[in-house]
Design a protein around this ligand. Structure first.
Ligand SMILES: [Zn+2]
Length: 118
């Protein structure tokens, strides 16, 4: 996968992460205190591990899930695994990544996981 595409996805992911964190700050005074002293451009460097567990629990489940997925994808960009399925190691189609930049499973694995969790 070419570098320019990865870079594009990376900035999309960082943008998503930023958006989630900003939204959380708006909803949650405690969280706002944590990031208050943080330069907005460093916001994306805040790992969810740094965020207090209680605050995480107060967050919307869906948002938290997305934040984790976004972070996962960013880690995979760093270690060069981005764009490959986490489970079967097959390439994830670009259309899927365009639609869901934080996709870490191919459609087949994702579908079987959803069936399993049902
Ligand atoms: Zn797969």
């Amino acid at each position: 996968m070419e570098k320019t595409y990865i870079e594009k996805m990376k900035s999309a992911l960082l943008g998503m992460k930023n958006e989630i964190l900003q939204h959380l700050a708006a909803e949650n005074a405690e969280f706002n205190e944590i990031i208050e002293d943080t330069d907005p451009k460093d916001l994306a460097d805040i790992a969810s591990d740094d965020i207090d567990r209680r605050i995480l629990e107060a967050l919307g489940n869906q948002e938290l899930k997305t934040l984790k997925l976004v972070e996962n994808a960013l880690v995979r960009i760093e270690n060069g695994h981005y764009g490959k399925c986490m489970r079967c190691d097959q390439k994830i189609p670009r259309e899927r990544l365009d639609a869901i930049p934080y996709a870490i499973l191919c459609i087949k694995c994702k579908t079987s996981e959803e069936l399993r969790n049902r």
